[in-house]
Design a protein around this ligand. Structure first.
Ligand code: HEC
Length: 183
């Protein structure tokens, strides 16, 4: 086994141990707040086909799937509205996709947004992401969101995200209103 897979296996074992522990604890407050803590993102796929991505980016993907799944599943970052673009790239997106651009629930565009969010997650107590892994995860999320949410894929992304939002609004009304109070 190469190093990455050994590491991946340890990550998976740790994650399943964590899951069992959570289940055994049961009762309030964790289980009673769980539903209101959900995001529409959580109901999308927690895995992606990254075979077309460059090698370094694929490494960041593996880290995301194993390490960003300690508190929520990897579906949360993978189906997020966050889209990291420079100001010029944002202008282009706005021109190409004016309707999608208007709705921040579909795409929330900001320069360095993934960098900021990875840092925010790393500062949470118990986060297993340390040091250089944070940078690799950030680079994967920035690359991946640009690749799946812009250009010829913008429409498909918007439809995917809209479906997650519509289902979430129907099935988790309170959580939806907490996340999007103005909608
Ligand atoms: C220690 C627990 C923990 C770990 C590990 C963790 N998260 Fe989170 N994550 C949370 C919590 C709690 C929230 C709810 C919002 C908040 O507190 O920021 C959240 C929310 C999110 C959101 C939704 C933010 C929004 O406002 O739409 C994204 C995206 C996210 N996490 C990505 C990640 C990524 C990427 C990683 C790995 C670098 C990660 N998380 C690792 C606890 C964690």
């Amino acid at each position: 086994m190469n190093r990455l897979w050994t590491f991946a296996l340890i990550g998976a074992l740790a994650a399943s141990a964590g899951a069992t522990e959570k289940k055994e604890k049961g009762g309030a407050p964790e289980s009673s707040t769980a539903s209101s803590d959900l995001y529409p993102n959580d109901f999308g796929p927690a895995e992606l086909d990254v075979s077309e991505y460059p090698k370094a980016i694929r490494e960041g993907y593996k880290l995301t799937v194993f390490k960003c799944a300690a508190c929520h599943t990897a579906a949360r970052p993978l189906n997020s509205q966050f889209l990291e673009l420079t100001k010029e790239e944002e202008e282009q997106f706005k021109k190409d996709n004016p309707d999608v651009y208007k709705d921040k629930r579909l795409v929330h565009i900001e320069d360095q947004i993934w960098k900021r969010y990875v840092k925010r997650m790393m500062s949470k107590p118990g986060c297993p992401v340390k040091g250089d892994d944070g940078k690799k995860i950030w680079q994967f999320l920035a690359h991946d969101s640009k690749s799946r949410k812009t250009g010829k894929n913008a429409g498909e992304w918007a439809a995917h995200r809209k479906k997650l939002l519509d289902d979430f609004k129907k099935n988790h009304k309170d959580a939806y209103q907490r996340l999007f109070p103005k909608e």
